[in-house]
Unconditional design. Structure first.
Length: 117
């Protein structure tokens, strides 16, 4: 069992930056692929970024060059650095963990990110 707790969301102006953190419980954090998803009002949840145990990363096209995912296995934490934020990035952001990228077995409760124009 893995428990995930996100933090770092908030309100920011367009062009600004935020860093989301996700703290995970459990001793096998380093074995999991860690994902970030987001869900905007009235829309389906969508994949944002992932980092494999190897450190390899994957991003959706719309955030490439603006978002960076990273992990610190010693701290059981995954991060999402978000730069050059746009109003369309407004959503609840969820941290997730699983064996395969994009197919998580565990989810956090989400953190709200709001980007004003």
């Amino acid at each position: 069992q893995v428990q995930l707790v996100e933090s770092g969301g908030g309100l920011v102006q367009a062009g600004g930056s935020l860093r989301l953190s996700c703290a995970a419980s459990g001793r096998t954090f380093s074995n999991y692929a860690m994902d970030w998803f987001r869900q905007a009002p009235g829309k389906e949840r969508e994949f944002v970024a992932a980092i494999r145990p190897s450190g390899n990363t994957v991003y959706r096209d719309s955030v490439k060059g603006r978002f960076t995912i990273s992990r610190d296995n010693a701290k059981n934490t995954v991060y999402l650095q978000m730069n050059s934020l746009k109003p369309e990035d407004t959503a609840v952001y969820y941290c997730a963990a699983g064996v395969i990228v994009g197919t998580p077995a565990y989810w956090g409760q989400g953190t709200q990110v709001t980007v004003s124009s």
